[in-house]
Design a protein around this ligand. Structure first.
Ligand SMILES: Cc1ncc(COP(=O)(O)O)c(C=O)c1O
Length: 313
């Protein structure tokens, strides 16, 4: 064994890079060593935007769509990561490559950063940019997705209004969703969705919602992040001949739907088998949901939608 790799191993003989890799302050480091300041406005105010793309079997999925969304949100929040798109792309490859991950959850963030001492003028802040790659994160494990599916709770806590915090800008204003999740835990349920003030279903922590109601797939269009997985699901459903309507989804329709699913980069297309403790359909993952899920994962090998990770070896 080379001296280098001896230095780089932990007590269990594994390299610290295997747990993930980060890029902070212009340098790569093992994920456990990644740090940002307690004075960063991303930490003190949640003033930031981020995006998450995944790597599956050595390929980024829809990397361009994620980079486009990140760029649009940076502009929207007047943030400057100090690096251009191709540099961000190579940092993402660098994180996944250093960690040697074949399947990964890959995040890029830009925060408002640090103010010069004595200044409270946000325009003087030096923005912070960081990325990391860790092993794939699942909202629900794949075994559960195909067997029992997951339960969902409809919270009474309203989603923060879109004219206060725009949900199209991927953000960390999650207190409403986190408190709603604690409410769901009281019913032994792991997924929660929130409604807007008019009672329309919006989204949940980390996912969009679809329901098959009277033969039409409905997914909320406003008050929700336009997820990249949501877009993939809409395209795949339409390609398969299904009708999809992007528009209001009322809670009673979600409760009486024949099939319900959620979509997320952190897990793909996930079957929901109970809403508010009542079974969806037969209480098993729906046939059309499982078909969509299969086609979603098959698309990951298609070079039109995926980019091979540049591993060094
Ligand atoms: C609030 C919210 N809605 C929806 C989604 C799903 O978006 P995507 O499919 O792009 O991962 C996410 C992803 O993290 C999210 O945070």
């Amino acid at each position: 064994m080379k001296l280098d790799s001896l230095h780089n191993t932990e007590g269990d003989g594994r390299s610290p890079w295997e747990r993930g890799a980060a890029y902070v302050d212009g340098e790569f480091c093992p994920i456990e060593d990644a740090r940002i300041s307690v004075l960063d406005l991303g930490v003190t105010r949640g003033d930031c935007t981020y995006d998450v793309v995944h790597v599956w079997e050595g390929r980024f999925f829809r990397l361009d769509a994620h980079l486009d969304r990140f760029a649009a949100n940076l502009r929207r929040l007047r943030l400057d990561p100090g690096v251009d798109r191709s540099a961000i792309e190579s940092v993402l490859h660098g994180c996944v490559g250093r960690a040697g991950l074949r399947s990964a959850y890959v995040s890029m963030t830009c925060t408002r950063g640090r103010l010069p001492r004595g200044s409270r003028d946000l325009r003087t802040a030096r923005n912070t940019f960081y990325c990391y790659a860790v092993p794939f994160v699942w909202i629900a494990p794949p075994e559960q997705q195909t067997t029992t599916g997951v339960g969902m709770w409809i919270s009474d806590i309203p989603r923060i209004p879109p004219d206060s915090v725009d949900p199209l800008v991927k953000n960390y204003h999650w207190l409403d969703m986190d408190m709603a999740l604690f409410g769901a835990y009281e019913h032994d349920v792991g997924l929660v969705v929130l409604r807007d003030r008019a009672g329309g279903v919006t989204e949940g922590p980390g996912f969009n919602v679809f329901a098959l109601v009277d033969g039409v797939w409905r997914t909320p269009a406003s008050g929700t992040l336009h997820g990249i997985t949501r877009r993939s699901a809409i395209d795949l459903l339409r390609e398969g001949g299904a009708r999809v309507e992007e528009g209001p989804l009322a809670a009673p329709d979600l409760r009486r739907a024949d099939e319900v699913l959620v979509t997320s980069t952190a897990g793909g297309v996930i079957p929901v088998t109970a809403v508010d403790a009542s079974p969806v359909g037969a209480g098993r993952p729906g046939e059309r949901t499982l078909d969509l899920r299969d086609r979603y994962w098959a698309r990951h090998a298609d070079p039109a939608y995926s980019t091979p990770v540049q591993y060094d070896d």
